[in-house]
Design a protein around this ligand. Structure first.
Ligand SMILES: *Cc1c(COP(=O)(O)O)cnc(C)c1O
Length: 403
């Protein structure tokens, strides 16, 4: 499923670990093509590979490519880039964010295990864990946002996995990664952080003690709404230990999708810097708007969350959720009045999108479950692209006038 490096090519001579993230984003995973010298490595659109003459020796060293469900140089290139950006030793790429996450559950959990997870998770992550907890008799301790600061009192010696997202979807609440990492370390369990919303440009959870970082690379890493992909980064030893299960589950990334992902990653720095600026400008302006009841933006929920965000994030990202005065009908009028921002689910692309979480990403939850997480029916989640911030603000103002 793509270990770091392509095995047969030397590391890029021009790249150093000391380079800034924007530089690494352009050059990571770009081992030179020894045959033609192509600046962009070819797409290894092949399912299988010829056995080398020294087969068993190469296999011992883990250098041999056998079959694309296991490993392919196009996958390795994308995986290496994401690992480099997150400051990880190694990475793997998957056919979706959910494939990455379900592969983690299958690799690390056994029947009867205890899991400690933030209640505020991506809708499908929550429903998958809830479904598996029934099938595998897991005991899942759901941590409510208000209990996050005392997670050290929720873990037990039986805890086998901790799972956290920060900032959360769609309420953009911020949780203390160091605190969760200390709680995990105290009971010897791995902490898995879904870093999709923050991206490695704004937050690197491994530096705060996380064990594994997961991405829906469909979002900001791919960045162009044209590829579904997932990623997992962490230590080489840990990922190698999980590889057999990854290969058996079969959620590997298609080589062409891996190429698109690698192409997207090159501009993640530029894109996210712009998205950070737009997100801040919109959050500040809409917080004062009479038709907006509440603005959700990383750090806006409380002074404590602002302190945590300032400590662990270098930028706040391009996601802003707003709760409209007037509930669901107002949200619908607003969505249809937008002209530049398009009504669609998903996020993290170059084009701005808006969705109503109660009807899209969180429709699997009961009304009570949504209420507890602060997901009002009149909430609109905005994912800003890279359009000019003034044009986006004008579109939002005009649509708000019509709600
Ligand atoms: C989209 C998303 C996922 C799921 O990823 P897919 O690539 O759609 O499978 C998981 N977590 C978060 C935070 C997401 O936004």
């Amino acid at each position: 499923m793509g270990t770091e490096g392509t095995g047969d090519a030397p590391a890029h001579r021009g790249r150093r670990a000391s380079h800034a993230l924007d530089t690494l984003a352009v050059h990571s995973g770009d081992a030179p093509d020894l045959n033609a010298g192509a600046v962009v490595p070819p797409i290894y659109q092949t399912t299988t590979f010829r056995f080398p003459a020294e087969f068993s020796e190469a296999r011992e060293k883990g250098e041999v490519h056998l079959y694309t469900r296991h490993r392919n140089p196009s996958q390795s290139r994308a995986a290496e880039a994401i690992a480099t950006l997150e400051g990880a030793e190694a990475g793997r790429v998957f056919s979706s964010g959910m494939a990455a996450l379900s592969s983690v559950f299958f690799s690390l959990l056994r029947a009867g295990d205890e899991v400690v997870a933030l209640e505020d998770l991506y809708g499908n992550t929550f429903s998958l864990l809830r479904e598996l907890s029934e099938r595998w008799h897991l005991s899942v301790r759901w941590v409510r946002a208000e209990e996050s600061a005392s997670v050290d009192q929720i873990v037990t010696p039986k805890t086998r996995l901790l799972l956290l997202e920060s900032p959360t979807n769609p309420t953009l609440r911020v949780h203390d990664l160091d605190r969760w990492a200390r709680a995990a370390a105290a009971v010897g369990a791995p902490l898995v952080v879904d870093n999709t919303f923050a991206t490695p440009v704004n937050q690197r959870p491994l530096a705060h003690g996380a064990t594994l970082v997961m991405h829906s690379a469909t979002k900001y890493l791919g960045g162009h709404s044209d590829v579904i992909a997932g990623a997992l980064v962490g230590s080489s030893a840990m990922l190698e230990g999980m590889d057999t299960m990854f290969h058996s589950l079969g959620g590997s990334l298609d080589p062409f999708a891996a190429f698109l992902l690698s192409r997207g990653i090159k501009t993640v720095g530029l894109r996210v810097h712009r998205q950070n600026e737009t997100g801040r400008a919109v959050a500040e302006e809409l917080a004062r708007h009479p038709r907006v009841g509440r603005v959700c933006y990383p750090g806006s929920a409380s002074a404590e969350e602002e302190r945590i965000a300032a400590r662990q994030m270098s930028g706040r990202g391009g996601m802003v959720s707003i709760v409209l005065q007037g509930g669901a009908p107002a949200a619908h009028r607003f969505m249809h009045a937008l002209t530049l921002v398009q009504p669609a689910s998903s996020l993290g692309g170059v084009e701005s999108l808006a969705s109503v979480p109660a009807e899209t990403s969180h429709r699997q939850l009961t009304p009570e479950e949504r209420q507890r997480r602060g997901i009002d029916d009149g909430m609109v989640r905005l994912s800003f692209g890279i359009e000019d911030p003034a044009d986006l603000l004008a579109d939002l103002r005009e649509a708000l006038r019509k709600t």
